[in-house]
Design a protein around this ligand. Structure first.
Ligand code: HEM
Length: 460
């Protein structure tokens, strides 16, 4: 009997004789990854997705996607005897009766939140460093599509349990859909299979979208995203020995594979620690959804805050034609705003090419300070979205800090316009300062060893 090395050698030659994949395998194992922490953000997103699929499969074994009514008889005493839907009842059962149910449910929800944190940070790194320039503009578009799908996936997920948070979120989504000019009413009826809140037809659609259609679409796009990266190779920051024609870093096998596996395990550990220790979406506190009930302390997941903020900050503008409301108010905050944000994300590589006239391939990244105008514009854009995002929690701010809601709306409306300009100017200044520090020799004294073996102090 040979050792493990011989076993692997035997297995590889078995498959090579039949499938002939050794050259591809060798190339893959020799693939070089740049050594910079910011390249791990995409991987963290990837691993959150892996956890989401794993924990999600477990939840599908117990969740019942039905609005049929039943009387709750589970172990959470305050709700016992209440009429709830099967969707709500089965989520309660997962949380209180199913083995490891609450852990898996909370880990799933935490993974969703971290997934979007990782995607947004990854996107920032791509935009701040110019990684979206030719030839990676196509992959940036794939990435932005995944961001849109991930947002929809999260929304569909927390809309499933039919608690008060789900119902309120769906009511907002329905109103925004209705506000689409001309075809809104049809769209609403089409998606909901009738009027809000819909019945089993709607919840089973929502379920299929959440557990099958959207995850498959994201998984397909992740595969395309990674295949394009392997084909185009990673970018890298400029530095000694780094050129437009090489990648300096760590080979996939063995070092990077082990590093990345550790990252996977770390992501799993963090998600499960959070799932086990930090309560998230306690639907028993929100209670089952009723169309007449619309107040509670529940907040949507963080990544939808910017859309809530958009709806809140939009002045009461509507467009009427011949006595008909052509564009109802929710359209501006709930549809037009995300449309503008996503159009800018998709179009930025082309816009930048137009501005700079630079159509060349770029394998080396920009340090953000070196392209101050882009860094400042990207910072201003994200500030704009971030201010509107914070406005999404104006209700909580007014409850906890007693700041009147109306005053906050005005403050955020002004801040959404002023803060980006301020951030643009400050960022340009900071970049210029950082650049000039780089070109100046460091101030102070240096102690140097003399050829005779002593030390001398040189003032600068
Ligand atoms: C589900 C969401 C996403 C996953 C799982 C994901 C995963 C990854 C991974 C693992 C990498 C290689 C490591 C790295 O460069 O960080 C990468 C690179 C890249 N991603 Fe994503 N990504 C996602 C979303 C996005 C988004 C929203 C964008 C939009 C800008 C984007 C654009 C890119 C680009 C251009 C590269 C190549 C970067 C380079 O070579 O420097 N990705 N992605």
């Amino acid at each position: 009997m040979g050792g493990p090395e011989e076993l692997i050698r035997g297995a590889v030659s078995y498959f090579d004789a039949r499938l002939g994949g050794v050259p591809v395998l060798r190339k893959t194992l020799h693939y070089v990854f740049p050594d910079h922490w910011s390249f791990m953000l995409g991987e963290i997103a990837l691993y959150c997705f892996v956890v989401l699929v794993g924990t999600g499969i477990y939840l599908t074994l117990f969740f019942d996607a039905s609005y049929a009514h039943e009387v709750y008889r589970g172990s959470y005493a305050p709700l016992r005897g209440t009429e709830v839907t099967k969707a709500f009842g089965s989520t309660m059962q997962i949380s209180y009766e199913t083995k490891a149910g609450l852990l898996i449910r909370q880990a799933h929800h935490w993974a969703a939140n971290l997934f979007l944190v990782a995607i947004v940070l990854h996107l920032l790194r791509i935009f701040f460093t110019g990684a979206f320039r030719r030839p990676r503009d196509v992959n940036a578009a794939v990435g932005v599509t995944m961001l849109a799908l991930a947002l929809l996936e999260g929304y569909a997920g927390y809309s499933l349990p039919d608690d008060l948070l789900s119902g309120m979120g769906l009511a907002i989504g329905y109103s925004v859909l209705l506000s689409v000019p001309v075809i809104g009413a049809w769209l609403g009826a089409l998606v909901w299979g009738g009027a809000f809140p819909g019945g089993d037809e709607f919840v089973s659609r929502l379920y299929i979208a959440h557990v099958l259609l959207l995850p498959i679409a994201i998984a397909l796009l992740v595969t395309i995203h990674l295949a394009i990266i392997v084909r185009q190779k990673h970018t890298q920051f400029p530095g000694r020995g780094k050129t437009e024609r090489n990648v300096v870093g760590t080979r996939l096998w063995p070092a990077y594979a082990l590093r990345s596996t550790s990252l996977l395990l770390a992501v799993v550990a963090v998600v499960f620690l959070l799932g086990g220790l930090v309560q998230i979406n306690p639907i028993w506190l929100w209670g089952p959804y009723h169309t007449y009930a619309a107040t509670n302390g529940a907040q949507p997941d963080w990544y939808l805050g910017w859309l809530i903020g958009g709806l809140r900050l939009m002045p009461p503008l509507e467009i009427h034609v011949f006595g008909y409301t052509l564009v109802p108010n929710p359209f501006f905050g709930g549809m037009l705003f995300p449309l503008v944000v996503f159009t800018l994300l998709y179009a930025w590589p082309a816009i930048e090419r137009r501005i700079t006239g630079d159509d060349a391939r770029h394998e080396l990244l920009d340090r953000p300070r070196d392209v101050a105008w882009r860094t400042a514009l990207v910072a201003a854009f994200f500030t704009w979205v971030a201010v509107i995002f914070v406005a999404g929690s104006a209700d909580q701010i007014s409850v906890h800090f007693q700041i009147p809601y109306g005053q906050q709306v005005w403050f955020f409306r002004i801040a959404a316009l002023a803060a980006p300009v301020l951030v643009y100017l400050v960022t340009r200044r900071v970049c210029a300062e950082l650049r000039s520090r780089n070109s100046r020799p460091p101030r102070g004294a240096v102690v140097r060893r003399t050829p005779a073996g002593g030390f001398e102090r040189i003032e600068r």
